[in-house]
Design a protein around this ligand. Structure first.
Ligand SMILES: Nc1ncnc2c1ncn2[C@@H]1O[C@H](COP(=O)(O)OP(=O)(O)OP(=O)(O)O)[C@@H](O)[C@H]1O
Ligand SMILES: [Mg+2]
Length: 460
């Protein structure tokens, strides 16, 4: 079933609440009016009964005939309709006025209830009973009042309410619909503006109404969400562009080498040389593709690391073996200062090995022959701190903030010369952070750099 719009639902709720309120009001008003009228009639009847009781008290010693005369006289002095009857405890009439006789109001069955309603010959009557004791005798006085006029008035009120309610309901619902439309109009506006935003104009923002209310907060929230989306979108675009660029260069190189070789090579040695060149480019390209895939999987959250307790000292020593080979090839002094005790961290052996190797590879790459590399590992509070220090070219202050960004190279031409694409440190930082650790750098251009990897130790 199709859901109704908020506007219609609000109006429906509003109508339902109004309907219940109006019904409640009608019922309560009706009962209150009836009770109020009966109460004032009862007071009036009570006054009449008191008058009669007083007369009876005065003349009870006299003969019944005289009592009747006295009561008739009393009644005739009254201007109101003549509804009075008096009987003794056996139900014998002492006095009965003409109207009481006409409507044949019966003797009360129970003397206890003082006022009650009866309908006699289509006339609704309110009757009040009062008992008085005189000597051994008990008398019951009944006075009554016709209620038809009052009930007619209440009836008229009932009809007015019944007829007016639907009109009121329709008017109020119309008002409710209009109000909710007005209140929700800015939401529609936000919806339309948001619909206009797509990948081509992600920089666009919604207008923020200065209303200091939910709508202002909604627009601000959407805008900050757009901001985050835009920056990740831009990062992805940049990543794709850089990756394609990096892939294009070796491909072009391989193509040219092959073409030239096909055109000019005469001997097997020429072909071998060309093949060698192509192979070297292919190796670099595979390494690049592998790095890209690793980062893409890490971004997508599918690259999961295995977490197991490992001895970091062992892992670093292992990485140093590879590092030393690289350093030796470039005539660099390689020194190891790794603590002999076990430093256990929870992590992925393969990933951490890779992290150290990235740092050692950089140290070797960016240090000229004759320089030195020192690798250290020590405990510091609850962390293990690995340090890879070199006496290389160093990093300028303005580059330090960026070297962990993807494809960032302090000196493009130089890095390329060393076969760098600028992804090593991005991967290193991802590995460190995936282990709840961090990686920092201190560097002085011309003197050298120190990379510090801090990883939390496993609490035994
Ligand atoms: N030890 C270092 N000494 C001087 N500069 C460094 C050092 N380590 C990194 N850099 C600078 O930081 C940049 C980024 O390093 P990163 O390891 O991410 O990329 P890369 O070494 O150029 O390429 P690759 O992806 O092959 O590692 C380098 O290009 C280099 O300019
Ligand atoms: Mg590198």
């Amino acid at each position: 079933m199709k859901r109704l719009s908020i506007r219609l639902r609000l109006t429906a709720w509003y109508m339902a609440i109004l309907l219940v309120s109006l019904s409640l009001f009608g019922i309560v008003a009706f009962i209150a009016m009836r009770k109020g009228i009966e109460k004032s009639v009862d007071e009036n009847l009570g006054g009449q009964a008191d008058g009669v009781a007083e007369v009876m008290g005065r003349v009870l010693q006299q003969e019944p005939a005289e009592l009747q005369d006295e009561l008739r006289e009393h009644q005739e002095l009254r201007e109101q309709a003549d509804f009075l009857q008096v009987c003794d405890q056996d139900g014998r009439w002492i006095y009965r006025s003409r109207l009481m006789e006409h409507y044949d109001v019966p003797v009360p069955v129970k003397a206890s209830y003082s006022a009650y309603n009866i309908v006699s010959a289509d006339l609704p009557l309110r009757v009040l009973v009062r008992e008085i004791n005189a000597g051994a005798q008990t008398y019951r006085i009944q006075v009554a009042a016709p209620m038809d006029d009052f009930y007619d008035a209440i009836d008229r009120f009932k009809w007015v309410v019944l007829l007016l309610s639907p009109v009121l309901l329709i008017l109020a619902s119309g008002g409710g619909y209009w109000l909710s439309r007005r209140a929700l109009a800015p939401v529609d506006q936000i919806t339309r503006a948001a619909q206009d935003i797509n990948s081509n104009n992600l920089a666009k923002r919604l207008d923020v109404p200065q209303s200091r209310d939910e709508l202002q907060r909604l627009s601000q929230t959407l805008n900050s969400m757009l901001e985050r989306l835009e920056s990740s979108f831009n990062r992805i675009m940049q990543f794709t562009a850089d990756a394609s660029h990096e892939l294009r260069t070796p491909l072009a190189l391989m193509r040219t080498t092959t073409e030239v070789s096909l055109r000019t090579s005469q001997t097997v040695a020429d072909y071998r040389e060309a093949q060698q060149e192509v192979l070297s480019e292919l190796e670099k390209t595979s390494s690049l593709v592998e790095k890209l895939m690793l980062l893409a999987r890490a971004d997508a959250g599918v690259e999961t690391l295995q977490h197991a307790p490992i001895n970091l000292a062992e892992c670093l020593r292992d990485a140093c073996k590879d590092g030393r080979i690289l350093a030796d090839a470039k005539q660099l002094t390689f020194t190891e200062g790794i603590e002999s005790s076990k430093l256990i961290v929870e992590g992925d052996l393969h990933a951490l090995h890779r992290l150290f190797l990235i740092l050692m590879d950089n140290a070797v790459k960016y240090t000229a022959s004759g320089g030195s590399i020192t690798v250290g590992l020590k405990r510091s509070n609850d962390s293990a701190v690995a340090e890879i220090r070199d006496s290389g070219i160093g990093i300028a202050a303005e580059d330090v903030a960026h070297i962990f960004e993807r494809f960032y190279r302090a000196d493009k031409a130089r890095s390329r010369e060393f076969g760098g694409v600028g992804l090593g440190l991005s991967i290193a930082r991802w590995v460190a952070e995936a282990h709840r650790g961090s990686i920092e750098v201190q560097s002085t251009p011309g003197t050298g750099s120190v990379f510090c990897v801090r990883l939390p130790l496993l609490q035994s």
